[in-house]
Write a protein that binds this ligand. Structure first.
Ligand code: CA
Length: 228
């Protein structure tokens, strides 16, 4: 359930996306250009926008940037481009996930469902403990634990884990982690982020036996919520 706006200029792809999403009972609107996307987003108030980056006229990046200024609607980018730089730029602009063409329609539906499930959790009152399959995290007490034992983390390691977990199943770039964990106190290089994420990943693996933090090559890191 939910409203989904599809912004895609290739009719065949538009049709496939619409068919698969309507089969899952989503209400779908399709447009093929940026200005119409912005207009429809205001009226239709979608829960999620599937946005092709390669559009005639207004580029998908520009559309994403403008959408972000107006709302916090979830954005799933579609890109035919193989350039990592585009994906990173898109994620920086606030896209929540991306798929590279050609993609399987089933994969698209799975991503949409995952994002919309996340929406409901994100709107839970702040200050609540986050619980995943193996791990619980209490942002107020700065504590993390498994069903069996506490996880021993430094202050910075805890912040890294919390930010990744708050965006479970979404990719955070190194820059996003730097902004949210260190802010203006950051000095050094992206390598610092890799080191801290590596430490958190090791500690989680030791107590849970699971790889909960994935490296997304060339982009950043993702905390995997195994319940999804
Ligand atoms: Ca296109």
């Amino acid at each position: 359930m939910g409203n989904i706006l599809v912004v895609e200029d290739e009719v065949s792809i538009q049709t496939v996306i619409r068919t698969y999403l309507e089969n899952e009972n989503y209400l779908v609107r399709c447009v093929d250009n940026g200005p119409e996307a912005l207009e429809t987003a205001r009226q239709f108030e979608p829960d999620l926008i599937i946005l092709d980056l390669n559009l005639p006229g207004m580029d998908g990046m520009e559309v994403a940037a403008r959408l972000r200024r107006e709302s916090d609607v979830y954005i799933l980018m579609l890109t035919a481009r193989t350039e990592e730089a585009d994906r990173v730029a898109g994620l920086r602009l606030g896209a929540d996930d991306y798929l590279t063409k050609p993609f399987s329609p089933r994969e698209l539906v799975a991503r949409v469902q995952a994002i919309l499930r996340r929406t409901r959790r994100d709107t839970a009152p702040p200050g609540n403990t986050l619980c995943f399959g193996h791990v619980c995290i209490d942002p107020d007490q700065h504590e993390a634990w498994t069903p069996d034992q506490p996880i021993d983390l430094t202050t910075t390691e805890f912040k890294v884990l919390l930010e990744l977990a708050r965006h479970a199943n979404r990719v955070l770039t190194r820059d996003q982690l730097i902004d949210r964990v260190w802010g203006l106190d950051f000095y050094g290089t992206d390598r610092v982020v890799d080191v801290y994420v590596g430490q958190v990943r090791r500690k989680l693996e030791q107590v849970t036996g699971a790889s909960l933090i994935q490296t997304v090559r060339g982009v950043g890191y993702k905390f995997v919520d195994e319940r999804q």
